[in-house]
Design a protein. Structure first.
Length: 152
């Protein structure tokens, strides 16, 4: 029978050294930090994209309500009939209530080129209305131009 060898027993119990463990921890820590950073960036980008898409829905809904409203000659951005009304009731588009408005209304001058003027001297029956919606945290927004024509 062979004698017990101390050398073999010690080599079997040999583990990792402190520098090896530290290098492994630094490597794994770097990978975890990169994954968390990438996930955070994806979440922020997703939130901004969702708010931009919602802003698009807000301006289009506003445009549809604006088209349904009657035509008002020489209307201004604060004309009551051109306001969104109950569009933001019941929490619908709640994050856009304060940032949704008519930016400008310009008026067709009556020429063939289709020139619009910011001042209304004579309303020729066509208005170019610019609507803007911006989320309350300013992460998403959309602008839409609507041409409103007086019914003939």
């Amino acid at each position: 029978m062979p004698a017990f060898r101390c050398r073999d027993a010690r080599s079997a119990e040999r583990g990792y050294t402190l520098p090896e463990v530290l290098v492994a921890l630094i490597f794994l820590g770097s990978i975890v930090a990169a994954i968390i950073t990438a996930m955070g960036s994806a979440i922020v980008a997703s939130d901004a994209h969702r708010k931009t898409v919602t802003a698009d829905a807000v301006v289009r809904t506003y445009a549809e309500r604006l088209q349904a409203a009657g035509y008002i000659a020489c209307a201004t951005p604060t004309t009551n009939a051109y306001q969104p009304g109950s569009m933001f009731n019941n929490g619908q588009y709640a994050g856009f209530a304060s940032g949704t408005r008519i930016v400008s209304i310009t008026y067709w001058t009556g020429d063939v080129q289709g020139t619009f003027s910011p001042t209304c001297t004579t309303d020729n029956g066509i208005q170019l209305i610019t609507i803007k919606a911006v989320s309350s945290d300013d992460r998403g927004g959309q602008t839409l131009d609507v041409v409103k024509r007086q019914p003939s």
